[in-house]
Design a protein around this ligand. Structure first.
Ligand SMILES: C[S@@+](CC[C@H](N)C(=O)[O-])C[C@H]1O[C@@H](n2cnc3c(N)ncnc32)[C@H](O)[C@@H]1O
Length: 229
């Protein structure tokens, strides 16, 4: 069989590849739909002209949406996790659970999304379901619990932008030196990410960082506290 982008990037059984293909296709179709394009267009425009912040109506709109990390970004993340030997991965924002790799603490506040994510992981089988701990509820609480791993090797910030910096600050004391932090859509939503980007660009906070030109932008940072600037 001819290789695909997914088989070139991921080690996974055929049924897991099939599941990922199905979920990515559904997510992509949803993101390209008129209603979803209109949602982003309206919010981005309003926030450029006035000051729009993430609100309850945006939460309502997103309740049944995938908003999954795009497939190419997932492949990149998977290879980073595998290549860096990351053991403990924290995923801020899980939704339907499309992008899992490593030993993962996943976080989701919407019960219906958490249930869908569990179904998908069960379908993938024990190799996937067995390495994920899903923390349901507000991640600003669930990631503060005492039963967090002592060391976090990888943090994915795939979350509504106002939560990016507060989440990083909660997890940062546990980040190992060399931990990788990815934040999604940092070019597309640059104004919404201002506080987060100001923080990781300030050398006193210990990050080295670069933006990877995936669609919407993907900010990759490495935690290297105490290094020269
Ligand atoms: C962009 S989606 C995550 C997509 C997922 N990483 C994927 O690739 O399939 C962000 C998710 O964060 C969830 N969320 C938003 N605020 C949250 C909070 N305070 N605590 C936990 N989850 C939250 C939303 O319900 C939404 O499903």
């Amino acid at each position: 069989m001819a290789p695909t982008a997914a088989t070139l990037a991921l080690s996974a059984k055929p049924h897991v590849h099939a599941l990922l293909k199905r979920l990515h296709s559904a997510s992509e179709a949803q993101e390209k739909s008129l209603s979803q394009s209109w949602f982003w267009f309206k919010r981005l425009l309003t926030s450029r002209l006035f000051t729009w912040k993430w609100d309850a109506s945006a939460d309502d709109h997103m309740r049944d949406k995938f908003v999954a990390l795009e497939e190419d970004k997932c492949h990149f993340m998977y290879l980073l996790v595998r290549g860096s030997g990351a053991l403990n991965v924290v995923e801020a924002g899980t939704s339907f659970g499309v992008d899992v790799s490593g030993r993962v603490i996943a976080t989701e506040k919407e019960p219906t999304k958490a249930a869908r994510a569990r179904e998908h992981w069960a379908e993938a089988g024990d190799e996937v379901a067995g390495v994920i701990e899903l923390r349901e509820g507000d991640l600003l609480e669930t990631l503060k619990r005492d039963d967090m791993p002592e060391q976090v090797d990888f943090l994915l910030l795939d979350i509504w932008t106002p939560l990016a910096l507060p989440t990083l600050k909660i997890v940062q004391p546990r980040l190992k030196k060399g931990a990788i932090v990815l934040a999604d859509n940092t070019t597309m939503a640059r104004t919404w990410y201002k506080e987060y980007l100001d923080y990781i660009h300030d050398p006193v906070n210990g990050f080295k960082t670069t933006e990877i030109p995936y669609s919407g932008g993907l900010q990759m940072s490495v935690y290297l506290p105490g290094e020269v600037n």
